[in-house]
Design a protein around this ligand. Structure first.
Ligand SMILES: Nc1nc2c(ncn2[C@@H]2O[C@H](COP(=O)(O)OP(=O)(O)OP(=O)(O)O)[C@@H](O)[C@H]2O)c(=O)[nH]1
Length: 382
């Protein structure tokens, strides 16, 4: 009997314990389901394999840097640029105008005074013959005028300088396409004069006027020139055709014009090296570049870039270029850095082609179409 009671007690205890165990098990909350591993942004690890391993699933993938598209700039149009840049010109050229005006306003305009006026003009790089001519003209006009109040003297000098610079030259740059053919501008000149910079700035002038440009880096002598051009081009969204250093410049020019035609751009600008090794070498190189371009399109402009600070030396070099290639216009750079603005008169006289562009600083929009009236006004000051 005792055994029976003991057995029943054991059974009861077992049942109660079992029930309690079962109840506790049911009351437990289930663990949260494991979040699936977040896929990396690209779905692919930097190494190129899909991220699947469990232990890397919780490691956050580094953010993939998407480079921002380059911002395309919209440069100002060409019209009125020289007037806007007048301060630059006044700063460098005012001394010439002021000393001429002071000399012309002297009470007694004797031989000595006229000689001083001539010297001032020669010092400003006007050139000996044109300086003499200006003095002769002024002498006659002053005699006819009789009186010499400051306003009259200023008007007289302005008229004379404008006459020497020439109001009637065709100075507009031919950059308009011919139907489906782009206009082609070939840029030549001695190294260091600012050729590549002028190509870049000119591209901005054309884009600013609402047209499209392609740049050809045919200065294969200096690799940095192509890089420089690339930077200029990317700022205004212009394609640049370039090849390795040492490639035949003519082949780059050919390819640039070909791509320009295919892309339907308005203007192709071709930068050249034009080292002054020998006149024959230069003639061969530039002649070939031009001939090769002409197989596909007409060369509308050959712009000779001349550094205004180099004076007579620059003129000498300009002469060599003019002998080997038909220059159609001059880009006079660095006019902001010299008081010798008279070079405008000298170079036009020397080469018989007009100054069409002037460089007035290192800024991207410091290139302006040349306007004689604004130029003379800047020289004479207010
Ligand atoms: N102050 C001033 N500097 C200028 C002007 N135009 C160009 N330069 C500077 O002149 C230097 C030479 O310019 P580049 O364009 O490299 O000359 P480059 O003729 O192409 O020279 P190469 O490629 O060696 O043949 C650069 O530092 C330009 O910023 C200008 O109008 N004013």
């Amino acid at each position: 009997m005792e055994y029976l009671i003991l057995a029943i007690a054991i059974v009861v205890v077992a049942v109660v314990a079992g029930g309690l165990f079962l109840l506790r098990g049911r009351g437990r909350t289930a663990p949260p389901p494991q979040a699936p591993p977040a896929p990396p942004e690209s779905g692919v690890s930097p190494g190129g394999t899909a991220v699947l391993e469990e232990d890397t699933a919780t490691v956050e993938a580094p953010p993939v840097e998407v480079p921002a598209p380059p911002e395309i700039e919209l440069p100002p149009p060409s019209a009125g640029r020289l007037v806007r840049l007048r301060a630059r010109l006044s700063r460098s050229q005012n001394a010439l105008g002021r000393s001429l005006l002071v000399l012309l306003s002297r009470d007694a305009l004797d031989d000595e005074a006229w000689e001083e006026i001539e010297d001032t003009l020669v010092t400003a790089d006007v050139g000996v013959a044109p300086s003499r001519q200006i003095v002769e003209d002024l002498r006659t006009k002053v005699k006819v005028l009789g009186s010499r109040d400051p306003a009259e003297v200023r008007a007289l000098l302005k008229d004379e300088l404008l006459g020497q610079i020439g109001k009637d030259w065709e100075r507009s740059l031919r950059t308009e396409p011919h139907g489906a053919q782009p206009a082609v501008v070939l840029v030549v000149g001695v190294n260091g004069t600012g050729k590549t910079t002028t190509c870049g700035k000119l591209a901005r002038v054309i884009v600013g006027d609402g047209r499209t440009v392609l740049l050809g880096a045919a200065d294969t002598f200096r690799a940095a020139a192509a890089d420089q051009l690339q930077t200029w081009g990317s700022r205004v969204g212009a394609e640049v055709v370039r090849r390795d250093e040492g490639t035949d410049p003519a082949s780059v020019a050919f390819e640039a014009v070909k791509q320009g035609i295919a892309a339907g751009v308005d203007t192709v600008i071709v930068d050249t090296a034009g080292r002054l090794h020998t006149k024959t070498g230069l003639m061969d190189e530039l002649g070939k570049v031009k001939r090769v371009i002409e197989k596909q399109a007409q060369v509308d402009e050959v712009i000779l870039v001349l550094d205004a600070t180099t004076g007579q030396n620059g003129l000498q070099q300009a002469r060599v270029f003019a002998e080997v290639v038909d220059v159609t216009g001059i880009a006079l750079t660095k006019l902001d850095g010299t008081a010798k603005g008279g070079i405008v008169i000298a170079v036009q006289r020397e080469l018989g082609v007009p100054v069409k562009l002037v460089g007035l600083g290192e800024g991207p929009d410091d290139l302006a179409p040349f306007e004689p009236e604004a130029f003379v006004e800047a020289i004479l000051g207010d």
